[in-house]
Design a protein around this ligand. Structure first.
Ligand code: ADP
Ligand code: F6P
Length: 335
């Protein structure tokens, strides 16, 4: 269970806004629901939903929300506010438009649910225009510094595990080797957790060097121990879009016949897991409490089972490190 800080309300806000931005993740809906209801139940008069992330902030696509408008979404994947990428938001003159749109509706503070890019945008908006912002970590990648967990990671991991368990069945029946690509353009958190949980023969991540020779030895050892030629190699997509195919070609050249399975966006959708619903609901409520207690320019995150506040500056300046020990467990346990 998460422990939630005890904060005293010190400030009053009449109107606040919420947006979801960047890659969507399962649990964004319960987070939206939680913010809307916690705010309205704490004396905030109006909660506005901004559609399509920063794009909607710039094009003034903003609607009033109510407790009723978030009914029946706690179990739904995706985001009812929709999400988008808005590269123009890096331009200060575009952010001026966004700030004007907020002020013309009397919106005094903004909740931003998204990944490190979205939280960077929130930090800059706050610094430049003095708009109080509170960020919530919403990404399947779990790569946001300052928080052990992000909304959507657990659901994505479970979806990938279920898919790989199925692949494992057919891999064993046909004694085949599979390369399964999971999401994570810049990070291997999903790949590592999924690799451990599925007993993968090898995990490939962007953070740590991968030795093709090691992989060949592992496969040869398995073969000589009579463990057959079936196996699962989990590959984080990384920044090289051809990595998985190149690996397959290298394995082919060594006499293997690997099959490729790219799980892709199925990891982003689906009903949020119980864990993600709880996480999103608690972080949403805490986000409102932090705002009313006078905090701004922070992200609410989780550290060692407790909800904590993390300065957005820290979120934008650091990179979250994939624990080497955790990564090594994947290799250790299949031997
Ligand atoms: P995520 O939030 O999932 O990491 P992105 O990195 O694509 O996704 O960022 C989402 C959006 O956040 C961008 O399309 C842009 O609107 C905004 N954003 C990202 N980086 C910046 C930045 N340096 N300055 C202003 N806005 C940014
Ligand atoms: O949300 C994070 C993430 O899923 C990355 O792991 C992935 O590389 C990226 O988003 C893909 O996003 P999109 O297909 O929306 O560009």
């Amino acid at each position: 269970m998460l422990s939630i800080p005890d904060l005293k309300p010190e400030k009053h806000y009449n109107a606040v806004g919420i947006l979801t931005s960047g890659g969507d993740s399962s649990g964004m809906n319960p987070a939206i629901r939680s913010i809307v209801r916690a705010a309205l139940n704490s004396g905030v008069k109006q909660v506005f939903g901004v559609r399509r992330g920063y794009q909607g902030l710039v094009s003034d696509d903003i609607t009033l929300m109510s407790s009723r408008s978030v009914t029946n979404i706690v179990q739904k994947g995706g985001t009812v506010l929709k999400s988008a990428r808005c590269p123009e938001f890096s331009d200060p003159s575009v952010r001026d438009v966004a700030a004007r749109n907020l002020s013309s509706r009397g919106i005094e503070a903004l909740f931003v649910i998204g990944g490190d890019g979205s939280l960077t945008g929130a930090h800059i908006l706050c610094q430049e225009h003095g708009i109080p912002v509170i960020g919530l970590p919403g990404t399947i990648d779990n790569d946001i510094p300052g928080t052990d967990d992000t909304i959507g990671f657990d659901t994505a991991v479970n979806t990938a595990i279920e898919a790989i368990d199925r692949i494992r069945d057919t891999a064993r029946s046909h004694e085949r080797l599979f390369l399964v690509e999971v999401m994570g353009r810049n990070s291997g958190f999903i790949a590592t957790q999924v690799g451990i949980a599925c007993g993968a023969e090898m995990v490939v991540v962007p953070e740590y060097a991968f030795d093709f020779h090691d992989l060949c030895i592992t496969l040869a050892e398995r073969h000589s121990k009579g463990q057959g030629s079936s196996g699962i190699i989990v590959v984080a997509e990384g920044r090289d879009p051809d990595l998985t195919h190149r690996l397959a070609a290298q394995l082919k050249a060594q006499g293997q016949d690997p099959k490729i399975s790219i799980l892709g966006h199925i990891q982003r959708g689906g009903s949020p897991s119980g864990h993600d619903r709880m996480l999103a609901s608690c972080l949403g409520t805490a986000a409102v409490e932090y705002l009313l207690a006078g905090y701004s320019d922070i992200m609410v995150g989780v550290h060692k089972g407790a909800i904590v506040d993390v300065p957005l500056q820290r979120v934008t300046q650091k990179k979250k490190v994939l624990d080497r020990k955790l990564f090594d467990i994947a290799a250790l346990l299949h031997k």
